[in-house]
Write a protein that binds this ligand. Sequence first.
Ligand code: FAD
Length: 468
Amino acid sequence: MSEQKKVVVIGGGITGLSTAYYLQKEAKEHNLPYSVELLEGSNRLGGMIHTENREGFTIERGPDSLLARKPSVFRLIDEVGLSKDLVSVSTGKSYVLANEKLHEIPSGSYMGIPVQVRPFVFSTLFSPIGKLRAAGDFIKPKSKPQGDQSLGHFFRNRLGDEVVENLIEPLLSGIYSGDIDNLSLMATFPNFYQIEQKYGGIVRGLQKTVPKPANKQGNKKPSPFRTLQGGLGSLVEAVADSLNEGSVHLETRVSSIEKKADGYDLKLQNGEEVHADSVVITTPHASAQSMLSQYSFMDSFKDMPATSVANVAMAFDQSAIQQDINGSGFLVSRNSDYRITACTWTHKKWPHTTPEGKALLRAYVGKPSDQGAVDLSDEEIADLVLKDLNKTMNITQEPEFSVVTRWRDSRAQYTVGHKDRLKQIKADLVDELPGVYLAGASYEGLGIPDCIDQGEEAVEHVLDYLKQ
Ligand code: FAD
């Protein structure tokens, strides 16, 4: 039997947790002589996943939804015995706030792209000219093949500015917290480009590839989102509880990584040193760059932007909301004169989060063009949110309490060319630092399932590397 080897996973967000979990599982199941340690810089696990329970409310300070069509997160949930706690979105309706009014998102849209013609034609969200321009997608020839382009450029060319600004932009920038005129098509939705190239148009292509909606017998389309009864923090807890005792180290920030003849020495902020045979870095890119700052190939991460966002969860008595709306929330169109970017009617979307007779709203600020909103005081954020909400909702009482959360420089921006830059960095890592891998929200997808996918891929790389 070969000697004991040590793998260090840096970062205790969902990427690091899933990486450590699957590595330990492989080691146990195949009796591999590997120990796996997870080092987390802060005093808690979960990273951007952060659930707070307060006065009977379940408040998500970070993510609240899991995309049902992405399997890796449900596999992990099953692994740690939480499948029984899965909950589906309770109401399917969502809206866009445009021209001072709420408009229902036309049914059959896929990531903001109108797939069914009828609901789009009858939608109040677009002007007749905007609709006509979008129909141009059916007659416009496919674009000339190109390496990468911005999401905004691609969709404006196919569907026109109005559909982009009233629907696609609010949806996609809600996911990426970025400006779609800078975000890379190939790093976010390469499938849209492939569909356009294959079918000659994006709407026609999606009509052929997206599963059909509810049938005439009235079978409801399954909801696209899930969450967990105890909040997404319960997944963090369950994964952490499944890790080997003593293998998780909180308040253990890694400052630098040095290559040695027999592996890597990790210098910790507290002055200690940890030796590893293989390392998986799951921190944001700025932190990864700073750990490996002596390697110039990591420099392109210095130019990779990350935006900040904040959100405020506000708990009310149900009677405070005079004009409640039946739906899961709304997004704000790009040209509207609002500082909030979206609002989730959490008590409608996830009723289990809210005690009977109460309401829970969560509103978001921090557009790419309004980063200053994140630096306002808690009171200022809550005030501006209430002012904006009252333009559509008529809220007559102060919240019983509010929880403001800021996520500074947290939203990595995959700008045009991201994929090529990342490919180069990963190739240089293989050459110069074999056994060191990157995974997580800064790299190949920032949804929770994408992060878990990357963790699983890193596990495969580590196992292959240690076998050599
Ligand atoms: P992180 O969660 O950032 O974890 C990285 C960890 O590394 C942190 O714990 C950090 O403390 C640690 N670290 C950093 N530097 C060091 C160091 N030097 N040494 C040791 N540790 C270090 N996704 C969805 O799928 N659905 C949603 O509904 C959704 N909504 C979101 C809402 C908000 C407000 C936000 C902010 C994100 C949302 N996301 C959503 C995205 C998703 O939550 C994140 O992309 C994902 O959780 C990131 O996980 P991660 O492990 O890659 O990174």
